[in-house]
Write a protein that binds this ligand. Structure first.
Ligand SMILES: NC(=O)c1ccc[n+]([C@@H]2O[C@H](COP(=O)([O-])OP(=O)(O)OC[C@H]3O[C@@H](n4cnc5c(N)ncnc54)[C@H](OP(=O)(O)O)[C@@H]3O)[C@@H](O)[C@H]2O)c1
Length: 436
């Protein structure tokens, strides 16, 4: 449902009083007792003092709610109130307003805070949006939203669900994905190449059960694009199999998968974005030059590339930096190098693992997400390891330890030649993390 805002005036008093009564009388009665006169006096005083903080929420030219925010002395954005008439509740309006607000605040790096009556069911919505309790009074929970891993455009959990080698015939694997989802993982990355599309097919009911709107679905154009129409055909295949109207991100798995000039491929993908079949566009496994060429002509939102402790090529060739400067979210695949890094027992990882009482993989993931501020894509269908990976977000390391991880280099990876132009000279970039 579409909404808009207008400024609040003193003439809104009657509407605001009825709204307040409808939404808060129950709680006030329970705690202090509700008296109309007393509440009217409080509202009048509030309006006199804070009129400029209030905006009236409108739907079809009708006042249906109020949204009140102000900036605190610490620079946080305090959401004082978001109230909507009962008949307009549960239509996604409140959620949309908060999502927009959080998107703006995350972009600016602003903490968002609010308080909610302890019995108010709205607390659940706030939790879904990433608010966490940081304090409480006798009557309220104080909640904050400081998730600095969120992608500017969306609320995306920093650990995405990878799907390579999921056993699509084993229900236990799909059940494990539900475990990931319940813990907040909402970025689902799909590739038609994996198991001839059978993995994509097996995830239809997973998506339906999670609720399409609760997932961010990224799909890959692959394998070959011979002509322009192949792109829409490939996208339609995902949409048909999964019974979706749109995907969230559409990306070329690798420039080597298109026989068209790269830009023509992206002009066509842009057209698919304009007609609403995808919300964002991305690219995976391309060189810095290719990335720049596309992004200068067609705005990209995502770059999916290899990044882990041993293999930092996408950083050393400047892709990471270009993404940061151009508002492109870098999503790191193979952050654990399929557990290969841990098995090497590098001195530094062993030391930090003991120091922080975390596994080596948790040290790696914590460094990538907290220090490098990169989201990761991990495949795990083991609930124990899913928990382990998510718990890598629960701690901080000392600045100097992050620096040592930043400086860590594995010489084995340094001199590998990458075949960027797909001419058979060197190895494909997506094969890089599988070396050694
Ligand atoms: N764009 C591209 O070219 C590209 C290339 C490669 C990958 N990807 C995407 O990125 C995703 C992640 O990459 P990946 O699956 O190759 O590698 P990965 O996520 O680094 O590693 C996955 C492997 O590690 C195991 N694992 C996960 N967490 C673990 C932990 N805490 N401790 C020990 N083992 C753990 C998993 O086994 P269990 O399931 O048994 O836990 C699985 O065998 C893929 O699934 C795919 O979606 C994209």
């Amino acid at each position: 449902m579409e909404y808009s805002f207008r400024n609040c005036t003193l003439e809104d008093f009657d509407f605001l009083f009825e709204l307040k009564k409808e939404n808060f009388k129950w709680y006030v009665d329970k705690i202090w007792g509700w008296k109309d006169d007393d509440q009217k006096e409080r509202l009048q005083q509030d309006l006199n003092e804070h009129l400029s903080h209030k905006r009236i929420i409108m739907v079809n030219n009708k006042s249906i709610g109020v949204y009140v925010v102000h900036t605190t002395e610490d620079g946080d954005l305090f959401i004082n109130e978001i109230s909507i008439l009962a008949e307009y509740q549960n239509k996604g309006i409140g959620r949309k307003i908060l999502e927009e607000q959080l998107k703006e605040n995350h972009k600016k790096g602003i903490r968002t805070i609010l308080q909610v009556f302890k019995h108010n069911p709205a607390k659940k919505l706030y939790e879904q949006l990433g608010f966490k309790i940081y304090g409480e009074t006798e009557t309220h929970y104080q909640m904050e939203n400081v998730n600095d891993f969120m992608i500017n455009k969306e609320k995306i959990f920093p650990i995405g669900i990878g799907t390579w080698k999921i056993n699509y015939q084993d229900n236990k694997d799909i059940e494990a994905l539900f475990h990931s989802y319940k813990l907040g993982q909402n970025y689902l990355s799909l590739y038609m190449l994996y198991e001839d599309g059978n993995i994509v097919k097996s995830l239809k009911s997973f998506i339906e059960k999670c609720g399409r709107e609760n997932l961010f679905i990224s799909v890959n154009i692959e394998p070959t694009v011979n002509e322009k129409s192949d792109i829409e055909k490939q996208l339609n295949e995902y949409l048909d199999i999964l019974n979706l109207d749109y995907v969230d991100n559409l990306q070329l798995h690798s420039p080597k998968f298109t026989k068209l000039p790269l830009l023509d491929t992206y002009f066509e993908m842009k057209r698919l974005q304009e007609i609403g079949k995808t919300r964002y566009l991305g690219i995976s496994n391309c060189s810095l030059e290719q990335l720049k060429e596309i992004n200068t002509n067609v705005k990209l939102d995502f770059f999916e590339g290899v990044y882990n402790l041993e293999c930092k090529m996408n950083e050393s060739i400047g892709i990471l930096d270009y993404c940061k400067k151009n508002d492109i979210e870098f999503v790191a695949y193979q952050p654990l190098r399929r557990n290969r890094t841990q098995l090497k027992n590098y001195e530094l990882l062993v030391e930090l693992s003991q120091k922080y009482n975390k596994t080596q993989n948790q040290i790696i993931l914590n460094w990538i997400m907290k220090e490098k501020k990169i989201n990761v894509l991990i495949k795990s269908t083991n609930c124990y390891r899913i928990d382990e990976n998510i718990k890598s977000l629960d701690f901080e390391m000392e600045e100097n330890d992050y620096k040592r991880l930043n400086d860590f280099n594995n010489e084995e990876f340094e001199n590998i030649k990458i075949d960027w132009d797909n001419v058979g000279d060197g190895i494909r970039i997506d094969q890089l993390p599988n070396q050694f």
